[in-house]
Write a protein that binds this ligand. Structure first.
Ligand code: NAD
Length: 316
């Protein structure tokens, strides 16, 4: 892993994959970026297009369209490949089709000799991250899902707007399933080092507790609204993936709400779910356990149950 050239292979050069690639080039996060897709022509066209922007980028980068054998010496394989729901198809049918897509990807990637870190964005991301873990048989620390990183960014943006502070000084998380059962543990939300609940209590004319519920709901439904307006969401997740890749390659030990495997944390095991995780050069260094209230623990338990139920219906 600790070599001079930082190499990332992206599998799936659709909207999400290419938003990641575009952000990665602009932020100069790696030295080599290889693009792979079932649609090889598309990957080639995307590589050409991105290469023409390199002279304007922060640093030089080798970008090319490749195949699974290129994963051999990669540090990270980012997966944003997937199939869309067909008319009349159930969620579980779609999931099963995405399992087959992942089988066709993970098997050759592992066969290439790849020994780095998998980073998964394909939805339902917590399930597809677990599928990657099961199919690759990699250690849990080396299989990461984007989890609720994007949802957490949305929350911090909205709280920053509400309290008129830089979102960077908002410390709050969305945890749980990247989906309808995700939630905000308000007991853990801070502006600078001050709990949000205390700020509200001390400024009742300016701020209201009900507004926190509204914001949480807006975060939870943001993807639906964006999809309704423009068919898909991709810039935010592209930047979230770039943030995670940066944390890995720079060995940052940053806390990000990635989808990580639990082994007793939050009273749960054998599930991949969005939790604050310490991310560094070797992937997930630690799952950070927050002191959740009883009510928050109950919400988390519900999210775990939903994910376990979805996974149990799959044929691996
Ligand atoms: P898209 O249709 O634009 O791109 C998907 C790409 O996958 C296509 O280029 C397709 O050719 C490729 N592909 C399909 N089967 C493949 C295979 N077997 N091998 C290699 N490539 C294959 O879709 P998108 O908008 O880029 O979304 C991609 C995924 O990201 C979806 O599952 C979407 O739900 C998910 N997503 C996740 C988040 C998140 O927060 N985790 C946010 C937005 C979207």
């Amino acid at each position: 892993m600790m070599k001079d050239t930082r190499k990332v292979v992206l599998i799936g050069t659709g909207m999400v994959g290419m938003s990641f690639a575009y952000a990665a080039v602009n932020q100069g996060v790696c030295d080599v970026l290889c693009l792979c897709d079932l649609n090889t022509k598309r990957a080639e066209g995307e590589a050409m297009d991105l290469n023409h922007g390199v002279p304007f980028a922060k640093s030089n980068m080798k970008i090319y369209a490749g195949n699974y054998s290129d994963c051999k010496d990669a540090d990270i394989v980012v997966i944003a490949a997937g199939v869309a729901q067909k008319e009349g198809e159930t969620r579980l049918d779609l999931l099963q089709r995405n399992v087959e897509v992942f089988r066709s990807i993970i098997t050759p990637v592992v066969k290439s000799g790849f020994d780095g870190i998998f980073l998964v964005a394909t939805n339902p991301v917590d399930i597809m991250t677990r599928v990657t873990y099961e199919l690759s048989r990699f250690g849990a620390s080396k299989v990461i899902g984007s989890g609720t990183t994007l949802d957490t960014a949305r929350l911090r943006y909205m709280l920053g707007d509400y309290f008129t502070v830089d979102p960077k000084n908002v410390h709050a998380y969305v945890i749980g399933e990247h989906g309808d059962s995700e939630f905000v543990p308000l007991s853990q939300a801070l502006v600078a080092t001050k709990p949000v609940s205390a700020i509200i209590e001390q400024n009742p004319t300016m701020y209201k507790l009900e507004d926190m519920e509204k914001i949480e709901n807006e975060v939870r439904t943001a993807a639906y609204k964006i999809i309704e307006a423009k068919r898909a969401t991709y810039y935010g997740i592209g930047m979230a993936l770039t943030r995670i890749v940066k944390a890995i390659l720079n060995d940052e030990n940053s806390v990000l709400t990635c989808s990580a495997k639990l082994s007793g944390e939050y009273d749960a095991s054998d599930v991949f779910i969005g939790v604050p995780s310490v991310i560094g050069r070797n992937g997930i260094k630690e799952v950070f356990e927050l002191d959740l209230t009883a009510d928050e623990m109950e919400k988390f338990g519900k999210s775990v149950a939903i994910l376990k139920d979805s996974f149990s219906g799959l044929k691996l």
